[in-house]
Design a protein around this ligand. Sequence first.
Ligand code: FAD
Ligand code: NAG
Ligand code: NAG
Ligand code: NAG
Ligand code: NAG
Ligand code: NAG
Length: 383
Amino acid sequence: MSIKTVFISLLALAGAVSVPQTDFDVIVVGGGPAGLSALSGVARVRRNALLFDNQQYRNAPTREMHDVIGNDGTPPATFRGLAREQISKYDTVHWKNETVASIVPLDGDFSVFNVTDATGASYTARKIVLGTGLRDLIPPTPGMREAFGKGIFWCPWCDGYEHRDQPFGIVADVANVLGAVLEVHTLNSDIIAFTNGTRTPDGEARAAAKYPDWDKQLEAWNVTIDNRIIQSFERLQDGGAHRDNDEDKQYDKFRVHFTEGEPVERNAFLVDYPTDQTSTLPYQMGLEMDGSKIKVASSMRTNETGVFAIGDANSDGSTNVPHAMFSGKRAAVYIHVEMSREESKSKISKREGMISQRELEEEANKAIGDNLEREWKRAQDLQ
Ligand SMILES: Cc1cc2nc3c(=O)[nH]c(=O)nc-3n(C[C@H](O)[C@H](O)[C@H](O)COP(=O)(O)OP(=O)(O)OC[C@H]3O[C@@H](n4cnc5c(N)ncnc54)[C@H](O)[C@@H]3O)c2cc1C
Ligand SMILES: *[C@@H]1O[C@H](CO)[C@@H](O)[C@H](O)[C@H]1NC(C)=O
Ligand SMILES: *[C@@H]1O[C@H](CO)[C@@H](O)[C@H](O)[C@H]1NC(C)=O
Ligand SMILES: *[C@@H]1O[C@H](CO)[C@@H](O)[C@H](O)[C@H]1NC(C)=O
Ligand SMILES: *[C@@H]1O[C@H](CO)[C@@H](O)[C@H](O)[C@H]1NC(C)=O
Ligand SMILES: *[C@@H]1O[C@H](CO)[C@@H](O)[C@H](O)[C@H]1NC(C)=O
C-alpha cells in the first residue's frame, strides 16, 4: 500500500467511523502467566474481557516454579490459581475452560473478530490476545517424557539449582554441548554429555563452526562425551520424595541404557529439544511467523491488525514466566490505548476536518506498520 492510498482511504473513513458493537472488548486465548497477565491489565481499566483456557500449560509437569521473584518454589498450579482468584474480583472479566477452535476477522472500520470455541459457541471481540504457549517436542524414548520436568529438564534457571553438585548429564547434539555446559558449569562439575550418535565428522565440524576449540573447552570443564545411541531412561529414585527442603536439593536418579554396552547412572539431565506452538490457531489465522514463533513488534502486535501475541508463543526469544507476565502486561496497555483511540475517533467522526495530521499519521502507522514512519519522514522532507 502506498502512503497516498493509505491517506485517501483514511480521509474517506474519517467522515464517519464507528466502534463495532461486540460481546467483549478483548478475548484472551490462554490461561498461563501470559494470558492471565494480559487479562489483569485490561481488567484494571474495566475492559470487558473473556479468557479461554483449555488447561495445557507448558510447565504442568514441573514440581515447582523458580526464578519468579516472590514466588520462588511455588507450584505452577498454585500460582495460576492465586492469579485467577485475584483477577476474578474485577467484574468485567469472564472465563471459559474451552478450546478456541477458530478466530476470524470480520469487516468493520476497526478490527473485529468472531471467535468460535470447540462447543460451537461464538463470541465477537475487538481485540485478540494469543497467549497460547509452546510445547516441547520430547522424543518417545522410554522413560524420558515421564521424567521431563522431574529430574530431566531443559532450563537451568528452572530446575538446575535443586540438582547442583550432583552427577549430571547433558543430552544434546554434539554441536550444542558446549553451549549447555557454559550454562550449567557453575552448578555441576561432574558432567557427561550424551550425544546419541551425533559425534560424527559432520557433527564435529558443526561444533567447530560454533566454537573452534570446543573440544579443548569441554576438556577444561571436565566434560566427557558418550556418543552411544540412547535406548531408555530408567528412574531409580524420585526427587519429589527424596528431597531436602532446607537445602533446596532434590535427589532424582536415573540409569541410562544404550543399544550397546554398560548403562550409566546420573542424577539429573539437561536436554535440548525443539518446541512448536501449542495451538494451531496462529497457523490457521495465517499470522506471520518467525520460525515456529509468532512474529511480533515490541508492542506485541502481530501482522494482523488487532491481534497480539504474548508469552512463549511470540518471537521475543524469551520463554519464561517473567517474560510471559511482562509481555501480557505490555499487550494490555497497547490494547487499551488502541481501543481508546478508536473510541475517541468515533466520538468526533461526524465533525469532518477535526482529525489532525498527527492522528492520521498514527492511524496510518497502524494500518501499514512501522515502515510508514520512514515514508512519513521522507514525505515531510520533500515538503
Ligand atoms: C518443565 C518446565 C519447567 C519450567 N519451569 C519454569 C520455571 O521454573 N520458571 C520459569 O520462569 N519458567 C519455567 N518454565 C517455562 C514456562 O513454563 C513458560 O515460560 C510459561 O508457561 C509461558 O507462559 P505462557 O502463558 O506463554 O504459556 P503456557 O503457560 O504454556 O499457557 C498456554 C495457555 O494457552 C492455552 N491454550 C493454547 N491453545 C488454546 C486454545 N486453542 N484454546 C484455549 N486455550 C488454549 C493453554 O491451555 C494454556 O492455558 C518451565 C517450562 C517447562 C516445560
Ligand atoms: C476452570 O478451570 C480452573 C482451573 O482448573 C478451575 O479452577 C475452575 O473452577 C474451572 N471453571 C469451571 C467453570 O469449570
Ligand atoms: C461466527 O461464526 C459462527 C460459526 O463459527 C457463525 O455461526 C456466526 O454467525 C458468526 N458470527 C458472526 C458475527 O459473524
Ligand atoms: C537418538 O537419536 C535417534 C536417531 O536420530 C532419535 O530417533 C532419538 O529420538 C534420539 N534419542 C534421544 C533421547 O534424543
Ligand atoms: C570429572 O568427571 C569425572 C567423570 O565424569 C568424575 O568422575 C569426576 O568426579 C569429575 N571431577 C570433578 C572435579 O567433578
Ligand atoms: C501476515 O503475514 C503472513 C505471512 O507473511 C501473510 O500470509 C498474511 O497475509 C499477513 N497478514 C496480513 C493481514 O497482512
